[in-house]
Design a protein around this ligand. Sequence first.
Ligand SMILES: Nc1ncnc2c1ncn2[C@@H]1O[C@H](COP(=O)(O)OP(=O)(O)OP(=O)(O)O)[C@@H](O)[C@H]1O
Length: 302
Amino acid sequence: MDDEKKQQALLFVINPISGDIDKEELEEDIKAICKQHGIACAIYKTTGEKDKEHIREKLNATKYDGVFAIGGDGTVSIVASLLIGTTTPLGIIPLGSGNGLSKDLHVPQDTEEALVLIHRHVIRNIDTVSLNGVPSIHLSDLGFNALVVHKFCEGGTRGPGSYAWIAMQEYLGYAPKFYRIETDKEVFEGEAFMVTIANANAFGTNANINPNGILNDGRFEICLIEPFPKTAGISILYKLYTDSIDTSVYSRRLSCKSATIYNIDHEVMHIDGEPIDLGDTIKVDIHPRSLKVILPLPEDEE
Ligand SMILES: Nc1ncnc2c1ncn2[C@@H]1O[C@H](COP(=O)(O)OP(=O)(O)OP(=O)(O)O)[C@@H](O)[C@H]1O
């Protein structure tokens, strides 16, 4: 099905600095594609200051038929959080240093191919998760990875290289933390190297923490990496990058619709890559099919 006729007005939220990629030409391409297909096109360029508030104002002022986030996971997360529970779908043109959600949604990573979504696509519903009421669309966690995300955000440098450098520096000295996790089905109590609340599958780095997660199954997974000898680190890393972490004896998965995580050691956390402090009791809930997303046409409908 081609939705071209229904698309009247689209908002494009462009992060000019994401992925260190210049987007001047892209802006012109977007305008040309919209003109060609009779679509009214509005552009908002992020500044890094109060972007969410400014985009919310635009959404309140005008009814858009879709909002495209053009940037990395941070930009996608801001736009998505404003569209949850509305009838307005989220589109993604992946142009960040981390493009995790777009990969899990099978959005083309090639910009030219992704731009086709402007006029040719299907709309599907996906689940979202909330942590103490704060939306998470992709992956949130406590523990080692969250610590690396915090240090990465505090540092001045961008990109996957500096993330890997921080991870290497922190790895040897990191001690697992103690958690109690009560889900609607089971209870876990013990130490973990990291605790990931996963609506989706893989981080922007391509490390796949939840290979069997499904974005619209009405459930989320709490993925634990339990304490392991440092010598097992390489094997765990290998399994993360070969979609086989489920086969590790140090991994555990709690599949659920709701959970409460007691963060007894006050470990840091992030939601979709943004550091956040939610206190020591984190209530997690699934919101089935609460976000509409713009996706490529299935091959049999091409
Ligand atoms: N015009 C701007 N100038 C500086 N920073 C900006 C600007 N617009 C957005 N930002 C910042 O960009 C970050 C989000 O970037 P995003 O995740 O989309 O791309 P990225 O290349 O993957 O970035 P990162 O690797 O830092 O996550 C946020 O920290 C936001 O504050």
